[in-house]
Ligand binder design. Structure first.
Ligand code: FES
Length: 125
């Protein structure tokens, strides 16, 4: 895909986010915010036999932070906890698909940080 198509996909996720929902029950939950702008994301999820079975998020913020959360949650449902814990900023850059400067990369990484925080606490139980 070229940059324009990736941008359209981002906007599509921003306008019609996947997994922006409240779950009936959850096994883990975490939230955080970007201190430079105050934008926030909270993610909750269910786990069965080490596999993430559902994710729901809420949050407010810029197109990148909210669209990245939609894309990440869509990608991670059905994956093992270990696979998600192993994701890095390079994986998020690949998922977003367009070059991001350091400030925008922080917007995109907020969701991964929150999801991994929630899973880390879940793993310690
Ligand atoms: Fe706040 Fe992007 S400007 S997370």
């Amino acid at each position: 895909m070229n940059d324009k198509l990736y941008q359209e996909e981002l906007l599509e996720h921003y306008k019609y986010p996947k997994h922006r929902k409240k779950l009936a029950t959850h096994d883990f939950k975490a939230g955080d915010y970007n201190p430079s702008c105050g934008d926030r994301i909270a993610i909750e999820g269910t786990v069965n036999d080490n596999v993430i079975t559902d994710l729901g998020f809420e949050g407010s913020g810029c197109v990148i932070s909210q669209a990245a959360t939609s894309m990440l949650t869509e990608m991670c449902v059905g994956n093992t906890i270990e696979a998600v814990m192993a994701l890095t900023k390079d994986d998020i850059s690949t998922l977003i698909g367009i070059p991001l400067g350091p400030t925008r990369l922080k917007c995109a990484l907020l969701c991964l940080q929150v999801l991994q925080e929630g899973l880390a606490v879940y793993q310690q139980r």
